[in-house]
Design a binder for this molecule. Structure first.
Ligand code: AOF
Ligand code: ZN
Length: 344
């Protein structure tokens, strides 16, 4: 394996292209592609704009036209080998006369994988693994979902210093600060489904949309999913017309995630109450935890998480912290702390 400095620079560019703003989340990964001529000069570039549109390679080839012949294609993901919503990129690269293909991440999608072998069989030089960790990070949830056959789960909750999410009378609205709430909306916008249980819908009646007032760049509202068997009163806000909603008629976290995966969802933002969170934690189905800690005490009230079956300190669940960020609103007394942890 040997990559030139030009190929590395092109891969960095392809990673930027992959993350072009405005690309809708959905079942497909974000992918970028740059074509280089013999002297390492860029001939054309392309990126994928969401399911059903041209793949990054096809986009770049189209822009290059005849100039694609003899180039090196630098792609963030292994070129696909299948005819899905669009045609196989491996064949398109062969037909265009590309000489060499460099890609970052092997395709974890069994339906599309195998492009590298097809290209090699056609006599094209193929090297993989360039900036692979960066490419995996760009499609973190998508990669996880294809590797595990279920969506990646981020559990988010807001809590007081004493681990409470609501006061004794059930009021919970102002646990987190405005800056923390805005931050939550940013994270919501980066997921493709928000999941709560029927009891949260009954008790808190959340709308579960990404709100304009928070100025989140958004191409599409995430799906709102409500799991559980209980009947719900009519007119709950989660079913309003501001975004799509779905009911998952199950209490089993595994089954709910399966249904969401089949609905092409790759990143679940778990916002349900303490019981739902506990059932996901017990099932080992929380991959990431984001908590907003408010500098406030309640002394009584609803716990942030329900019973985990833990009876002694040796059984406590431990998590590795990956980020700590102070979120400051109007004045310092409003500061909340966001702690991000790896789950499971
Ligand atoms: C993309 N964009 O640029 C590349 C992809 O049937 P499709 O067209 O939706 O194919 C989706 C699969 O193709 C996707 O899961 C991935 O495995 C592969 N490569 N996909 O959406 C791209 N290069
Ligand atoms: Zn493709």
């Amino acid at each position: 394996m040997g990559f030139t400095a030009g190929e590395t620079a092109a891969m960095r560019r392809a990673l930027v292209l992959a993350q072009s703003p405005g690309v809708p989340l959905g079942p497909n990964p974000r992918v970028g592609c740059v074509l280089l001529d013999d002297s390492g000069t860029e001939v054309a570039e392309g990126f994928h704009r969401g399911a059903g549109t041209a793949h990054a390679e096809a986009d770049a080839l189209l822009r290059a036209g005849d100039a694609a012949r003899g180039t090196t294609a630098v792609v963030t993901l292994e070129p696909c080998n299948h005819t899905g919503r669009t045609g196989p990129c491996a064949q398109a690269l062969i037909a265009a006369g590309v000489r060499r293909v460099v890609f970052a991440q092997a395709d974890p999608n069994p339906q599309a994988a195998g492009g590298a072998a097809t290209l090699r069989a056609a006599g094209i030089e193929v090297d993989q693994g360039l900036l692979e960790p960066d490419a995996r990070r760009v499609n973190r949830a998508w990669t996880f979902a294809l590797d595990h056959g279920r969506p990646f789960v981020t559990w988010k909750f807001a809590t007081t210093l004493d681990g409470r999410s609501a006061a004794a009378d059930g009021t919970s609205r102002w646990v987190s600060s405005p800056a923390a709430r805005r931050d939550t909306h940013l994270l919501r916008g980066a997921c493709d489904v928000m999941l709560v249980g029927t009891s949260t819908v009954e008790v808190d009646d959340p709308e579960l949309t990404v709100r304009d007032e928070f100025d989140v760049p958004l191409s599409h509202q995430p799906l709102r999913a409500v799991m559980g068997l209980r009947d719900l009163p009519a007119g709950r806000r989660v079913f309003n017309e501001r975004a799509e909603s779905v009911r998952l008629l199950t209490r089993d976290p595994q089954a709910a995630l399966q249904q969401l995966f089949e609905l092409d969802r790759r990143h679940v933002f778990l916002e349900g109450g303490p019981t739902l969170a506990a059932s996901f934690l017990r099932a080992g189905l929380v991959d990431e935890i984001v908590t907003y800690v408010a500098p406030m005490l309640l002394g009584a009230g609803r716990a942030a998480v329900g019973d985990l079956g833990i009876t002694t300190i040796a059984q406590a669940r431990h998590f590795a912290v990956t980020d700590v960020t102070a979120l400051t609103s109007h004045d310092d007394s409003d500061t909340n702390v966001r702690i991000t942890m790896r789950g499971n």
